[in-house]
Design a protein around this ligand. Structure first.
Ligand code: PEP
Ligand code: MG
Length: 755
C-alpha cells in the first residue's frame, strides 16, 4: 500500500522529465533515462515502454527493472497480454495482482515473474495508441487514481518524443496495410450523396506540443483564460458568416456547439490540470485524452458524435494557445477532399468552401453534426470508412462515389477516366432534368402523377422549388426531435411546423406524427433496449401510452396551421381502435384550441399509414374513418417478408416487385378507390422507376420520394405511354417468379424509357 505520488511529486517528476527531454541526444538514450526516472519517482521496481510497430505489434523499447536483453526482442500483439490489452482498449489498467489476471502473458526473457502488481497506460497520439507505458512492483500494490493520472501525463510527454519519428519511423506510425501505394477501395455509408474527386487533405495534422510542463502555473491559468475568451469570439464570428447563418437545423447544430464551448465543467477540468503542473496546452490535451478514453467504450451514437464536437473544440483552443494561425478559412488545393477520423461542425466551416469538394470520415453517422452542416453546403460525404486514417496519406488523389458509399484512394488512371466520364454524364443528365423541372409529370397519354418529396429537415423544404415537386408527401417529424439536444416543447415544435408550411407555400404537406423507436432514437430519452425494436414500442404505440406527447405535437401542428390546411397521418397503425384513439386525441386538441379562441386550421385531413400487414384485412373498416391513406412500403415490405430492413443480410433479399408485395399493394389501391379515398405511397419504392411503373398500373397516382429522385422520376413518367404499359402489365403480371423487375426492365429498354 502506498500514499501515491501526490501533486508535488507529480510536478517534480514532470520537471525532471522536461529536463531529460530538453537534454537532446539520441531518442533511445532519452527513453532509457526516462524509464529510470519514472521508476525512481513513482517508487516502482520496473518501468517499461512498449511502442507500436508495423503489423500491430508492441515492442519493448526501454526498461528499468526487466532484463535488458529483452529490449527490442520482446514483442506482443495488440490484444495479447496485459500490455496488449491496454493498447487494444486504449485505457489504463491498474492491478494489484497482475500475475493471476486471465490476460497475463508470461515472457521468460523479461524475468517479470517476480513482479506482482502492474499499472499501465496507453501512449496516445491524436487519439490513437502508439505505445504503452508500464510500471510494475514486486509486492502487491494498490495504485491510486492520482498515480494513474500522473502516468497518463507522463505518457503524453512521451508521445511527443515518439512522434518525432526518431524511434519508430513516421511510416510505421501511420501503419498501412503493406499496400500503401496501391489503389485502395473503401466502403462506407453515404451521409450526403454525390460524386467528387480531389486531393486528400488530412484534417488537423496534430499540433506539436513542445512545452508540456509549466514554469509558472499562475501564468498558465492566465493563458488558458485568454485563449478561451479568444476562442469564444472567433466561434461567434465563424458562425455568423453569411452563407451559413440563418435558419435551419444546421444552425441549431452550430448553436449547440457554441454552448459546448462555454461549458463550465470543461473549463474547470482544464484548470485543474494546469494546477497539477501542466502548461495550458498540455492541460487541454490531457483533458481531451481523458474524455476520449472515457468515451471509447460508449456505443451510443449521439454521445460518440458529441466526442467529435469536443475534439473540434479542444483543437481550436490549442490553436489559440499555440498562436498557430487560426485563419477564418483554411487554405486548400483547388479541389480538396477533407479526410478525418471524426469532425465537429465548426471545423468544416474553417475550410475554404469554394475549394472543398467532399468529406470522408472514419466515424460519423447520419445525425453527425458535421454531416448536417455538410448537407447544407451540398458536398458529398462518406462516413464509417474503416481504417481510413491509416490508408489515406496527405495529398493522395481521391474519388468519392457518394451514391454507392465508396471511396477510391489513389485511383488508377482507368478508374479516374471512367469516373470523369460518369461525372460528365451526370452533369448532362442534370441539365436535361433541369430543363423539365417545371413541366408536369404526365405520361404521353395524359395520366397525371403527383411527385412529392419526403422531408424531415427544414433544409429539405427548398427542395420543393428545386425539383418542382407537388408537395411534401411525408414530413418525418421525428427527425428534428432526433437532432435536438432536448425534447422540443410545443413552442419549438410550432416554430418548426410553421417554417415547413411557410416554405411549402400553397403546396400540400402531410405531417406524420412521431415515429420514434426502432432505429430512431432520441438522444435525451433513455429507454431500455428492446430485442426487436422495429416490432416493439414505437410510433403510435408510444403515442397512445404517452398521450400528452401526441397531444402536444398535434397542438403544435394546429398552431402552425391556423387558418391553413393541415394534413396529419399516423404511423404503424395496426388495428382500427388505435386509429380511433389517435383521432379522438386530435379532436380533443381541436376542441381545446376552439375553447381558447385560437384560429383553427381551415381544413384538417387525417390519414393512416399502411405499414403493418394486419391492416390489409381491416381496410373496409378503416377506409370510412380516414381522409386518405399512405402506404409506407419500407415497413410494409419488412413486415410482409419478415425481413429486417436495417439488416443487410436480410434487407436486399426480397424485391418490392415480388408478387406478394404487388398483390398487397393492389388490394390497398382497389379498396381505396372503391371507398373514394385518396391514396399515396411514400416508401423508398416510390423513387424506383421500375416500381413506379408497376404502381401506376396498380392505380397509384401520388408518389412521395427522396428529393433527388423527383427529377429523374419526372423524366421516366413523361417517357411512358400508360395504355401501352398497362397492356404489357396485363400480360406479365401473373408470371411465375420471384419478381416482375426484369419484365419491367425489358419493357423500359424496348421503349427507351429514361430510368
Ligand atoms: C415507410 O415505412 O415506408 C416509411 C415511409 O416510413 P419510415 O421509412 O420513416 O419508417
Ligand atoms: Mg415506416
Amino acid at each position: 500500500m502506498t500514499d501515491g505520488i501526490g501533486l508535488t511529486g507529480a510536478r517534480i517528476l514532470l520537471k525532471r522529465l522536461r529536463n531529460v527531454m530538453a537534454r537532446g541526444g539520441p531518442a533511445q538514450m532519452r527513453l532509457d533515462q526516462t524509464v529510470k526516472l519514472i521508476a525512481g519517482e513513482m517508487v516502482a521496481e520496473v518501468c517499461s515502454i512498449y511502442l507500436l510497430r508495423a503489423g500491430e505489434v508492441l515492442e519493448l523499447f526501454a526498461t528499468e527493472g526487466l532484463k535488458k536483453e529483452a529490449v527490442h526482442k520482446t514483442r506482443l500483439r495488440v490484444g495479447e497480454g496485459l500490455v496488449g490489452d491496454i493498447a487494444s482498449h486504449a485505457r489504463p489498467l491498474a492491478l494489484a495482482d497482475a500475475q493471476h489476471h486471465p490476460q497475463f502473458a508470461y515472457r521468460p526473457e523479461t524475468g517479470e515473474e517476480i513482479y506482482q502488481s502492474l499499472m499501465g497506460v496507453p501512449i496516445l497520439r491524436a487519439g490513437r495508441v502508439i505505445g504503452v507505458l508500464v510500471i510494475q512492483n514486486r509486492t502487491r500494490r494498490q495504485y491510486s487514481e492520482e498515480e494513474i493520472e500522473t502516468l497518463e501525463t507522463v505518457a503524453m510527454v512521451l508521445a511527443e518524443l515518439v512522434a518525432s519519428g526518431e524511434l519508430v519511423s513516421q511510416d510505421e506510425l501511420r501503419p498501412g496495410d503493406g499496400i500503401a501505394l496501391l489503389p485502395i477501395r473503401l466502403d462506407g455509408i453515404t451521409l450526403c450523396p454525390g460524386l467528387a474527386r480531389g486531393v486528400a487533405v488530412l484534417h488537423q495534422p496534430t499540433l506539436q506540443l513542445l512545452n508540456l510542463v509549466a514554469e509558472d502555473p499562475a501564468r498558465e491559468v492566465e493563458r488558458l483564460t485568454a485563449a478561451l475568451s479568444e476562442m469564444h469570439s472567433s466561434i461567434d464570428a465563424l458562425l455568423s458568416a453569411g452563407d451559413i447563418a440563418g435558419h435551419g437545423e444546421h444552425f441549431e447544430v452550430l448553436e449547440t456547439y457554441r454552448l459546448f464551448a462555454q461549458d463550465q465543467g470543461w473549463r474547470n477540468r482544464m484548470m485543474e490540470a494546469v494546477q497539477s503542473g501542466l502548461t495550458a496546452e498540455a492541460a487541454v490535451q490531457k483533458v481531451q485524452n481523458d474524455t476520449r478514453a472515457r468515451m471509447r467504450e460508449v456505443t451510443d451514437a449521439y454521445l460518440r458524435e458529441r466526442l467529435a464536437d469536443l475534439d473540434d473544440l479542444a483543437n481550436r483552443l490549442l490553436r489559440h494557445l499555440l498562436g498557430a494561425d487560426v485563419p477564418s478559412t483554411r487554405r486548400l488545393p483547388d479541389e480538396a477532399i477533407v479526410v478525418a477520423r471524426a469532425m465537429g461542425p465548426a471545423d468544416l466551416l474553417d475550410y475554404d468552401r469554394t475549394r472543398l469538394k467532399g468529406l470522408v470520415l472514419e466515424e460519423g453517422s447520419q445525425n453527425a453534426h458535421v454531416a448536417i452542416v455538410a448537407r447544407a453546403l451540398d458536398i458529398p460525404v462518406l462516413g464509417r470508412c474503416q481504417d481510413l486514417m491509416q490508408k489515406v496519406g496527405d495529398g493522395d488523389p481521391l474519388v468519392i462515389d457518394g451514391d454507392n458509399g465508396t471511396l477510391f484512394i489513389r485511383p488508377s488512371d482507368d478508374l479516374l477516366q471512367a469516373f470523369t466520364e460518369s461525372m460528365r454524364q451526370r452533369l448532362m443528365k442534370r441539365e436535361a432534368y433541369e430543363a423539365i423541372r417545371d413541366l408536369p409529370a404526365v405520361t404521353t397519354d395524359g395520366i397525371k402523377v403527383d411527385l412529392l418529396i419526403n422531408a424531415g429537415l427544414l433544409m429539405d423544404v427548398p427542395q420543393l422549388a428545386a425539383t418542382g415537386a407537388a408537395g411534401i408527401g411525408l414530413y418525418r417529424t421525428e427527425i428534428p426531435f432526433m437532432i435536438a439536444h432536448e425534447y422540443p416543447d410545443v413552442t419549438r415544435q410550432t416554430e418548426i411546423y410553421s417554417k415547413v408550411l411557410d416554405g411549402a407555400g400553397d403546396l400540400p404537406v402531410i405531417f406524420r406524427t412521431l415515429d420514434i423507436g426502432s432505429d430512431k432514437v432520441l438522444p435525451y430519452w433513455k429507454r431500455d433496449p428492446e430485442e426487436n425494436p422495429a416490432m416493439g414500442w414505437r410510433a403510435i404505440r408510444i403515442a397512445l401510452d404517452r398521450p400528452a406527447m401526441l397531444r402536444q405535437q398535434l397542438r403544435a401542428m394546429m398552431n402552425a396551421a391556423s387558418g391553413r390546411k393541415l394534413s396529419v397521418m399516423f404511423p404503424m397503425v395496426t388495428e382500427i381502435a388505435e386509429f380511433d384513439s389517435c383521432r379522438r386525441l386530435l379532436d380533443l386538441e381541436l376542441q381545446r384550441q376552439a375553447r381558447r379562441n385560437i384560429p383553427l386550421p381551415s381544413e384538417v385531413r387525417v390519414g393512416a399509414m399502411v405499414e403493418v400487414p394486419a391492416l390489409l384485412w381491416q381496410l373496409p373498416e378503416l377506409l370510412p374513418r380516414v381522409d386518405f391513406l399512405s402506404v409506407g412500403s419500407n415497413d410494409l415490405q419488412q413486415f410482409l417478408f419478415a425481413a429486417d430492413r436495417d439488416n443487410p443480410a436480410a434487407a436486399g433479399r426480397y424485391d418490392t416487385l415480388a408478387p406478394a408485395m404487388l398483390r398487397a399493394l393492389a388490394e390497398v389501391a382497389r379498396a381505396a378507390s372503391e371507398a373514394g379515398k385518396p391514396l399515396g405511397l411514400c416508401g423508398e419504392m416510390a423513387g424506383d422507376p421500375l416500381a413506379a411503373m408497376a404502381l401506376l398500373c396498380l392505380g397509384y397516382r401520388a408518389l412521395s420520394m427522396a428529393p433527388p429522385r423527383v427529377l429523374p422520376m419526372r423524366a421516366t413518367i413523361r417517357g411512358l405511354d400508360f395504355k401501352g404499359l398497362r397492356g404489357y402489365w396485363q400480360t406479365v403480371r401473373h408470371l411465375d417468379g420471384p419478381s416482375l423487375r426484369s419484365a419491367l426492365l425489358d419493357y423500359a429498354s424496348d421503349h427507351k424509357i429514361p430510368l
